[in-house]
Design a protein around this ligand. Structure first.
Ligand code: M6R
Length: 600
């Protein structure tokens, strides 16, 4: 949800900012802008659309060694040029970019900006106008910046230029992610390290409510009460090559293809010298002491959490509740005596999950985050962190992070079982390797799946996914994949539930994808398929080897029954990919979405 870059140094800032914005485009891509400062003043260029549109609008003559940039996912006001960032104060002296949501911007506007005409529909412009107002009343820029921030309710990551002080970028954050980067005679500010890895690998965290004054050779971090803060940089380990598409037409295809090797990597990362899976002792202790695990997540990560519940309960005997993060924070259930909170998030930046983390930490409960991004907000702020080791996931549709989440959840459950002295007849390491091989086999069959996708999704407006037990959760994820990138209305249902209402929607020819991976309920799901076929549905049965029958559309290699979600999702991911491709959709950047949902 919006990406921010800033550069102050001795080199031309324009290309550094544009390249950074291209890397941040996954956070929002409905409009973008940059502002460059030089001896003549500040120039702002913004465009509706993608960074490529902004690039075309930026002229050769635009120059400056200090600048800020922004890629937007609209929260206030439609995506257009006026609402695009950077925003400026009335006189043009202050120019800023913002990620987050200011909840009280209307109240602030009424209270302080009666005589100022606001030209955009954004909450952001109000910040720029307030700073100018306080400066006109006699405050220094730093004091006005700080005072304005103290009035804001909500979330923000801000980088601001002052035309009268071209040697400084003013920076602040609260709840929204923002980091500083250090180089030789330059500094950067950025929403995500990956967007500035082309200029540095040294980054410094900013904590909520801190203010930073950034010049080319000075980084002054101040606490809310004005105290100077010294903070050591960390090295970003992300590999620049991992961020490129390489030979693939889309990131999504690359990321689906990486799933087998990601599982193999997870096996290596979680085994000790004796080849046994292990976890840090503090995490084992936390798992051992918990009487119930509360999994908190959103979207695809929530779907992985539903599978995780099965693992913790079936493998380790620990009761689990899985909650959608945006619901949990404002409607907290009665908790057990010794709850343990497990936050699952690919990005580690999801604001809905973070608000729960803040609340449960305040209540003093133990927390673990399971994320793909080391150094992300959830990774930093949870008491313990485990990583997915999936490598950067750029496509908005999450694929390899989902399978990585399931693989790591199975390992955590397995280690917890061991810790609790539960004996389980499962060689999880071997079984995960078998899954990796099965995924590779499915990826090799992508042409067959492309044909299936054509047969079922080419002309439909809606589709259903059904399954029972764990297949139900895979159905939910399969439906989410299809709808988010192809815009086909798709829903995942428990096979037995359709006839309690939704079967009314089944019409002649409507595709119903049925998952059939669980021996005990295989006959039941086939029964559910018969019910929809009797009403005209076009069934697409995806079975695991050993459970197949003539007429099933896709059969994948047999894996352990607990680990089927890791594998069964792959043909559904591929079907969605091809459905989106054949419909001419932007596979990696579907409309209205952003990779990292950093606003509540
Ligand atoms: O980064 P997170 O895993 O916390 O993100 C949660 C959801 O926004 C995310 O999984 C979303 O549902 C994906 N676009 C699904 O493909």
């Amino acid at each position: 949800m919006c990406g921010i870059v800033g550069y102050i140094g001795e080199n031309e800032a324009k290309d550094i900012l544009l390249k950074g914005l291209e890397k941040l485009e996954y956070r929002g891509y409905d409009s973008a802008g940059i502002a460059l400062s030089n001896e003549k003043g500040i120039t702002v260029v913004k465009e509706k659309g993608r960074i490529a549109d902004l690039r075309s609008a930026v002229t050769e003559s635009l120059q400056g060694t200090t600048g800020i940039g922004h890629t937007r996912w609209a929260t206030h006001g439609v995506p257009n040029k006026v609402n695009a960032h950077p925003h400026q104060s009335a006189s043009g002296r202050f120019t800023l970019v913002h990620n987050g949501v200011i909840e009280n911007y209307h109240l602030l506007q009424q209270a302080f900006l009666d005589n100022v005409s606001i030209i955009s529909d954004t909450d952001t412009e109000v910040i720029a106008q307030l700073i100018e107002k306080f400066v006109l009343e006699g405050m220094t820029t730093e004091a006005a910046f700080s005072h304005t921030l103290s009035l804001l309710k909500g979330s923000y990551a801000i980088a601001m230029l002052d035309e009268n002080d071209p040697d400084t970028i003013f920076v602040a954050k609260n709840k929204s992610p923002l980091l500083l980067g250090i180089g030789d005679k330059f500094h950067v500010v950025v929403s995500d390290t990956m967007a500035m890895r082309h200029v540095t690998d040294q980054f410094v965290e900013i904590y909520d409510k801190e203010i930073v004054l950034l010049s080319k050779d000075r980084m002054e971090i101040k606490s809310i009460d004005g105290m100077q803060i010294e903070r050591e940089p960390f090295t970003a380990t992300i590999d620049i090559n991992d961020m490129e598409k390489g030979i693939y037409p889309h990131y999504m295809m690359k990321e689906m293809d990486e799933q087998a090797s990601v599982i193999r990597k997870i096996i290596r990362m979680y085994e000790n010298d004796q080849g046994k899976f292990t976890l840090p002792s503090a995490i084992r202790k936390a798992l051992n002491e918990a009487d119930r695990i509360y999994i908190i997540a959103a979207g695809t990560s929530y779907h992985a959490g539903l599978i995780g519940k099965q693992y913790f309960e079936k493998i380790a005997g620990i009761p689990v509740e899985v909650h959608i993060s945006s619901e949990f924070g404002y409607n907290m259930p009665l908790l057990s005596e010794k709850p343990l909170f497990l936050f699952i998030s690919q990005s580690g930046e999801t604001a809905d999950s973070r608000q729960v983390l803040v609340k449960v930490k305040d209540l003093g409960y133990p927390t673990i985050s399971l994320t793909n991004v080391a150094g992300s907000t959830l990774a930093r702020e949870a008491e313990h962190t485990l990583l997915l080791h999936a490598g950067p996931e750029i496509a908005v549709a999450s694929t390899k992070a989902y399978t990585a989440q399931i693989a790591v959840l199975s390992i955590i459950a397995f280690v917890s079982a061991d810790e609790r002295g539960q004996s389980i007849d499962l060689n999880i390491k071997n079984e995960l390797s078998v899954c990796a091989n099965a995924i590779q086999t499915i990826m090799d069959a992508k042409e067959d799946i492309e044909q299936i996708s054509r047969d079922f999704f080419e002309s439909t407006r809606s589709a259903f996914f059904i399954g029972r037990n764990m297949d139900y959760y895979i159905s939910m994820e399969g439906a989410l994949k299809l709808k988010e990138i192809s815009y086909i209305q798709a829903e995942g249902f428990a096979g037995g539930e359709l006839k309690h209402g939704t079967i009314a929607l089944i019409e002649e020819g409507i595709p119903v994808v049925a998952l059939n991976t669980q021996k005990e309920i295989s006959l039941n799901i086939r029964g559910n398929v018969k019910e929809v076929v009797a009403r005209g549905a076009n069934p697409c049965i995806v079975s695991m080897e050993g459970l197949e029958e003539a007429g099933d559309r896709f059969v994948f290699p047999r894996v352990h029954s607990l680990l089927t979600p890791l594998v069964a999702i792959v043909p559904l991911q591929l079907m969605s990919y091809y459905a989106a491709l054949h419909r001419g959709c932007d596979v990696d950047k579907p409309r209205n979405l952003a990779k990292s949902v950093t606003v509540e």
